[in-house]
Design a protein around this ligand. Structure first.
Ligand code: HEC
Length: 192
C-alpha cells in the first residue's frame, strides 16, 4: 500500500513538461526562429536594418570635448529656439543648475561637486565666447563632465543647440554666441 501511494505521489508531482513522451513543446515547430534568415540561400542571422540598433557615436555625434569646442552653432538663437531650449533646460538642467542657472538646484545641492554657474555672474569665468564658444557648451551637454551625466541620449543634437541658445540669451542675458572670428563660416555643426 505504501509503495503504491509513493508511485501515485511521484506521478502527480510537478515535473518538466517535456519529461513525458506525449508532451509537445510549442517551441518545437516548423517556424522561422527569431533572428534566423528566411532565405535558404543565405542562412544565418539576418542583418539588422540600418540604424535599428545603437551604433557608437550616433547619439553623442562628436569625438571629444576638443572636437566639440570647434563646432559652430548651426541653429540661430531666434525666439522659437530659445523658447524650446528653455523648455528643455527646465526639464533636464534645473534639478542641478537651478532655474536661475547659478547651480542652486535641489539635486545639485546634494552633490559633492556643486553644479557650475551657467550665468555670467560666474566668478570662475564669465562665459566669454572666445574662451567658451557655443561648441564648448554643446560638447559639455553631449559628453558630460566628472559628475555631470551626458545628455546625448535624452536630447538630440539639435535640441542641445536649443539649450545652448537658451543659456546664451536668457541665463547669460543675451551674451553673443560663438566667437565672432568663427562665425564667418557656418553649417559645420552636425545637426540631426
Ligand atoms: C545631475 C546634476 C546635473 C545636471 C542634471 C546637469 N548638470 Fe551640468 N554640471 C553638473 C556638475 C556637477 C558640473 C560641474 C562639472 C562636472 O561635473 O564635471 C556641471 C557643469 C556643467 C557645465 C560646465 C560649466 C563650466 O563652467 O564650465 C555646463 C555647460 C553644464 N553643466 C550644462 C548643463 C546643461 C545645459 C544641463 C541640462 C541639459 C546640465 N548641465 C545638467 C551637474 C549637472
Amino acid at each position: 500500500m505504501r509503495k503504491l501511494s509513493l508511485v501515485v505521489v511521484l506521478l502527480l508531482a510537478p515535473s518538466l513538461a517535456h519529461a513525458w513522451p506525449w508532451s509537445r513543446d510549442m517551441a518545437n515547430q516548423i517556424s522561422v526562429k527569431p533572428q534566423k534568415s528566411v532565405d535558404e540561400a543565405n542562412p544565418g542571422m539576418t542583418a539588422f536594418p540600418k540604424r535599428s540598433v545603437p551604433v557608437a557615436g550616433t547619439t553623442v555625434m562628436v569625438k571629444d570635448a576638443d572636437a566639440a569646442r570647434k563646432m559652430l552653432n548651426p541653429i540661430p538663437a531666434d525666439d522659437k529656439s530659445v523658447e524650446q531650449g528653455g523648455r528643455l533646460y527646465a526639464i533636464y538642467c534645473t534639478p542641478c543648475h537651478g532655474k536661475s542657472g547659478t547651480g542652486d538646484g535641489l539635486v545639485g545641492d546634494k552633490l559633492i561637486m556643486k553644479p557650475w554657474n551657467l550665468t555670467n555672474s560666474n566668478e570662475m569665468h564669465n562665459w566669454d565666447p572666445k574662451d567658451y564658444p557655443d561648441g564648448f557648451i554643446w560638447g559639455y551637454i553631449s559628453l558630460g563632465g566628472a559628475v555631470m551625466p551626458s545628455y546625448a541620449n535624452d536630447l538630440s543634437a539639435t535640441e542641445r543647440w536649443h539649450v545652448v541658445n537658451y543659456m546664451r540669451k536668457v541665463l547669460q542675458k543675451g551674451q553673443a554666441g560663438q566667437a565672432a572670428t568663427q562665425a564667418t563660416s557656418t553649417g559645420s555643426g552636425q545637426a540631426k
